[in-house]
Design a protein around this ligand. Structure first.
Ligand code: EPS
Length: 388
């Protein structure tokens, strides 16, 4: 299974094509819209989210509530496009007119300057329109399709916020996944800890007042993945490596951890590895889950726990120094509109990019033409490994 996305932030639409999904899998537009609307929420989002109401238009691959096996094509319209018709239209600009809203001042922390150097664009709008996190709309749409596949196989996934601007949610290891889904959904910052969540909101309000932005840590938690998905045999088949790459590719993400992550560097081996147990009911399982559900590039059958760190959004009301590429004069970069914190939305994005990698790995490992046969094979494998 693979996917492509296309579309500019203030262009007509965000487009996704997902290819490689089995036929006969139940799916509705509500499955995708639920994900899109969750991505739009979160304390700290800017004015743009009041303009957009992201709803999917399914334009290929699904009929009467089921996948056909053909590529699934999804469109989300940018409602803001109507304000940008002459800036973002596809037709050549008439000779007697100037291109509007040209960007010659690269913003520190964005793709602007490096993208301009690489593609030779002197109008950096040609860079920022695509490097914008608006593109995560399309990625969430693709991930929602993957998430539906996982759900249909009894695999549940949720993303929430662990930390914003140094304010950490307390560890709540004993929460079930259904509780994690419910509590994070009810929190305006997607925190599982209400007290920390309130402090996070205060920090976001303060950052907004200061014209600054703040980052944080998201966690994605998955239950129901059987052991042995992924592979140790080759670097690009290691599923934790693929997940790490996918998470790191989300706009503004700077690092990824599984389980205790970087903390492993400070502990002895006996405090890091997870002892193996067996019972008739559960089959093989672990006393602890410090490695976050992965050994040797494969799932262990324990919950997958992966964290991603998001830097503060670089679009700041508080100006940072930069250089105009036409005049080469220094200036202070400032902007008109931005989110002060997008970590709650990023938790939803992370959930969906991880869902995509998990679904893809499952489809590589089991018969993948018809969903009922896939489900049968996964259920049979689960039974086999329990008594192995
Ligand atoms: C973004 C800047 C803001 C965000 C946008 C990402 O948009 P604008 O420049 O139109 O105000 O709102 O995020 C989205 C539009 C979205 O759907 O998440 C950026 O520069 O990355």
């Amino acid at each position: 299974m693979r996917y492509l996305t296309a579309g500019e932030s203030h262009g007509k639409q965000q487009t996704t094509i997902v290819e490689g999904l089995p036929a006969k899998m139940p799916i509705t537009k509500e499955d995708i819209n639920d994900s899109l609307l969750r991505r739009q929420k979160g304390h700290g989002r800017g004015k743009r989210m009041q303009i957009e109401k992201d709803l999917v238009d399914i334009v290929g691959g699904i009929r009467h509530g089921y996948t056909l096996g053909s590529p699934i094509a999804l469109v989300v319209h940018n409602d803001d496009f109507k304000h940008w018709l002459d800036v973002m239209g596809e037709d050549p600009v008439p000779e007697d007119q100037n291109v509007r809203r040209v960007v010659t001042r690269p913003r520190p922390g964005h793709a602007d300057l490096n993208g301009a150097l690489k593609y030779g664009h002197r109008d950096m709008r040609n860079i920022l329109e695509r490097s914008s996190a608006r593109e995560t709309t399309a990625r969430v749409a693709a991930g929602a399709v993957a998430k539906t596949l996982l759900k249909n196989l009894g695999i549940n996934i949720v993303g929430y916020v662990k930390e914003i601007a140094g304010i950490k949610a307390e560890e709540r290891d004993n929460l079930s996944i259904q509780e994690r889904i419910k509590i994070s959904e009810d929190s305006p910052v997607r925190s599982l800890d209400e007290v920390a969540g309130q402090k996070m909101m205060d920090a976001i309000d303060q950052a907004k007042k200061d014209g600054d932005s703040i980052g944080g840590v998201c966690e994605v938690y998955i239950e129901g993945m059987p052991a042995g998905i992924g592979s140790y045999v080759h670097y690009d088949r290691k599923l934790d490596g693929r997940i790490a790459g996918a998470v790191q590719s989300i706009n503004a993400f700077k690092g990824v951890e599984f389980g205790i992550g970087f903390e492993a560097a400070r502990k002895n081996g006996s405090e890091v590895h997870d002892e193996i147990l067996w019972s008739e009911e559960r089959g093989y399982y672990r006393r602890t889950n410090r490695l976050g559900g992965f050994e040797g590039g494969m799932t262990t059958g324990m919950p997958i726990v992966v964290k991603g760190v998001m830097k503060p959004i670089p679009t700041l009301y508080k100006p940072l120094k930069s250089v105009d590429i036409e005049s080469k004069e220094p200036f202070s970069a400032s902007i008109e509109r931005s989110d002060s914190c997008a970590v709650p939305a990023a938790a939803v994005v992370m959930e969906h990019v991880v869902a995509f990698e998990l679904a893809k790995a499952i489809l590589e490992q089991f018969p993948n033409d018809q969903f009922p046969k896939l489900k049968q094979a996964v259920d049979q494998y689960r039974e086999e490994i329990r008594s192995f």
